[in-house]
Design a protein around this ligand. Structure first.
Ligand SMILES: Cc1cc2nc3c(=O)[nH]c(=O)nc-3n(C[C@H](O)[C@H](O)[C@H](O)COP(=O)(O)OP(=O)(O)OC[C@H]3O[C@@H](n4cnc5c(N)ncnc54)[C@H](O)[C@@H]3O)c2cc1C
Length: 517
């Protein structure tokens, strides 16, 4: 199915603010959602200020310089992949002129405890591409798909609205049982997708997962096609993006955690913020909250405390909190561990390996096969740089372990994945651990209360819009693409209010591919 354009609601309005008109926008959070909103608004003449809590921009895509082995390496929050259906992201890449910083990741390698390894890629037109995956598989048989026939209507005749209505109160696993999905099929095709959601697999919503399946596998035969960057994310994405914003006079203030919002009590307009650095006296016309779910909860709770005696604001803020924020949850904490070894795995080890059965390790990326600076270090020293993603850490170990204990704790699992590391006695030369608990939960039952980008405004908390990967969209979207799409949506809510033409969005079709003809 082709993607669909969401066209501007005001196509006749001018493309930017009239000369001489100044509108200030505050963007809270410098992740992809905030950067996307800032890009659209600054291009259309707005004076944009981004306030970011940390010293580096990028949110979950951040990439910061770290001194390791007497060299400065740029280290990411964690390895990411860009998918074919990431239309808003592709558009931003084109506008920033950074396409050359991406390369294709042709096939995805998986290992399992009870099945042979799989190399999955999509080739040929739909539905032959899916049949190809089954026929190449050393584990799956066509009869698995035929026996799982009850699941096929929800997959190939997917309908976004009715699936959301029907299945958010079921977990994906419950849905698979209800639809009698054959175990092999579930374990090899479906469970791996759940494994990389950074959520607890057992409680993940069926509605959310079926939408993910459309985006990443089914909507068109290229959906599963992925790209990775060939240099670090700072060089590939964040520097060009922030350089462009700075050229458009966007103010980017780092290390400036927003503590609470300032609201004009009569008009209920949000007009500013109090930050870690103090009380910002700028009056903003619009605010885009683009921080992650836990942070928005915290900022709104502080704001409520501040205005709790206000007869007008108290019920408004409390309504937004109760309706849209209280039900939202944060996924378990995760760790991303990058190690510098004195040796390399043999050549047959893939650059990226997904390990759905090997929790706490969900994915292994070999950085010396991915990014330039690590390739150079490896060819100079003969060593390797490997990253291990551990997505639901506290379901396996104490959340409070020190960084120096992490490798010892995951070593027994890594030994099952890559015994060679231990057989050949690889020495760890250095290591770096990122630990966070900032990912949104997509467990069952949250969809109805999940806010849209304009939900606060709809509940009378005016001039404030939401953006981020935890915000609900009325089309299939996920992760990085949801972040940049909701950033653009937030910008569009502002543009239409100021009679500036909205920016079109290209989104994944709400219907599944059907029989393909
Ligand atoms: C290890 C890992 C691997 C991933 N892999 C993929 C992948 O392969 N493909 C994919 O599509 N997605 C992937 N993701 C998800 C993707 O990174 C996110 O969906 C996306 O980056 C979210 O962007 P965001 O702007 O919504 O939120 P964030 O990136 O979380 O940005 C929010 C920003 O708000 C800031 N902030 C918080 N509180 C405040 C405050 N009070 N004041 C000011 N600023 C504040 C934060 O510091 C942060 O910079 C992965 C995520 C992780 C962690």
């Amino acid at each position: 199915k082709d993607p669909v354009w969401v066209n501007p609601l005001n196509p006749k309005d001018p493309q930017s603010l009239p000369t001489g008109v100044n509108k200030n926008v505050l963007v809270v959070g410098g992740g992809l959602a905030g950067l996307s909103a800032a890009l659209e608004l600054a291009e259309r003449g707005y004076s944009v200020t981004i306030k970011e809590k940390y010293k580096s921009i990028g949110g979950k895509l951040f990439c910061k310089p770290v001194e390791i082995l007497n060299q400065t390496f740029y280290i990411e929050h964690g390895f990411h992949a860009w998918f074919y259906n990431y239309y808003q992201f592709k558009d931003i890449r084109k506008r920033l002129g950074i396409d050359e910083n991406f390369k294709s990741w042709d096939a995805v390698h998986y290992i399992f405890r009870n099945y042979k390894p799989e190399v999955i890629y999509s080739e040929g037109p739909y539905p032959l591409n899916l049949l190809g995956i089954i026929s190449r598989s050393p584990n799956l048989k066509l009869t698995d798909a035929i026996k799982s026939v009850l699941s096929l209507p929800d997959l190939i005749f997917y309908d976004f609205d009715s699936i959301n209505e029907k299945y958010d109160n079921l977990t994906f696993h419950e849905w698979a049982i209800q639809k009698k999905v054959v175990q092999d099929f579930y374990d090899i095709i479906m469970k791996p997708a759940l494994s990389v959601t950074l959520n607890e697999q057992e409680i993940f919503s069926a509605a959310e997962m079926l939408s993910f399946v459309q985006i990443y596998f089914l909507t068109n035969s290229k959906a599963d096609t992925r790209e990775v960057t060939n240099v670090n994310y700072y060089q590939a994405i964040l520097k060009p993006w922030t350089d462009y914003l700075l050229k458009l006079n966007v103010k980017i203030i780092l290390d400036a955690e927003v503590l609470r919002l300032k609201i004009d009590e009569k008009g209920q307009n949000v007009y500013g913020s109090v930050d870690k650095t103090g009380d910002d006296s700028t009056v903003y016309d619009w605010v885009v909250m683009a921080s992650e779910v836990g942070a928005v909860k915290k900022i709104l709770a502080n704001t409520f405390d501040y205005y709790k005696t206000s007869a007008i604001l108290n019920p408004i803020i409390s309504n937004c909190i109760q309706k849209h924020l209280d039900p939202m949850k944060v996924a378990p904490d995760y760790k991303v561990v990058r190690l510098w070894f004195d040796k390399k795995l043999n050549n047959s080890a893939p650059n990226i390996l997904e390990t759905p059965d090997f929790a706490p390790v969900n994915l292994v990326a070999q950085y010396h096969l991915l990014e330039e600076e690590f390739m150079q270090w490896s060819s100079r020293t003969g060593g390797s740089v490997m990253e291990f993603h551990c997505y639901t850490w506290s379901s396996h170990f104490s959340p409070n372990v020190s960084d120096s204990e992490v490798w010892n704790l995951i070593s027994p699992t890594v030994e099952l994945i890559y015994p060679e590391i231990f057989e050949r006695n690889f020495q760890v030369l250095a290591y770096h651990v990122n630990s966070f608990q900032n990912f949104a939960s997509f467990e069952k039952g949250l969809l109805k209360q999940r806010p849209f980008s304009n939900s606060f405004e709809m509940n009378k908390l005016n001039s404030i819009y939401l953006a981020g990967d935890w915000i609900r969209t009325d089309y299939p979207s996920a992760l990085m693409e949801r972040a940049v799409s909701t950033g653009r949506e937030a910008a569009n809510h502002i543009l239409i209010k100021d009679n500036v033409r909205q920016v079109p969005l290209l989104v994944v079709n709400k219907k599944g591919p059907g029989l393909g003809f």
